[in-house]
Write a protein that binds this ligand. Structure first.
Ligand SMILES: [Zn+2]
Length: 135
């Protein structure tokens, strides 16, 4: 494809921005330019170039995206609760929240393995959480 009404570099910059804002890259692509779409925390689906797009090819996919967003939210809150319980010195609560956290991780990795879109859609999760917590 040649031309297209967009600047690749700009698009990349915008995609990076979106991810830094916590947007989730979807397996869906923009019908106009083939770029991956992003789901914002607000639930809106946007193209890095065209902004808001009303796509989502099926209800099912929309729901899948929503489920994933919810699991991520639970994971995030569980992590925060672990920290809070740590400050309160409540080992039982810490363990409980860690279990929740673990479950969400498991669900997300399961979903990733079977929801891998054929071809170009590479899950971009890895770069996203460099919270410096590990190893
Ligand atoms: Zn687009």
């Amino acid at each position: 494809m040649s031309g297209g009404g967009y600047d690749r570099e700009q698009a990349l910059k915008r995609m990076t921005q979106l991810m830094m804002q916590g947007a989730v890259m979807l397996g869906e692509t923009c019908p106009l330019d083939g770029l991956p779409l992003f789901r914002l925390k607000s639930g809106e689906v946007v193209c890095p170039v065209h902004g808001r797009v009303l796509i989502v090819s099926s209800d099912e996919e929309a729901r899948e995206a929503e489920i994933e967003g919810i699991i991520r939210e639970v994971r995030y809150r569980a992590a925060r609760n672990v920290l809070e319980s740590l400050e309160e010195g409540d080992p039982k609560r810490i363990r409980e929240w860690l279990e929740v956290l673990e479950s969400t991780e498991r669900i997300l990795s399961m979903r990733r393995s079977y929801a891998a879109p054929a071809g170009r859609g590479e899950p971009a999760e890895r770069g996203r959480d460099k919270s410096g917590k590990g190893s």
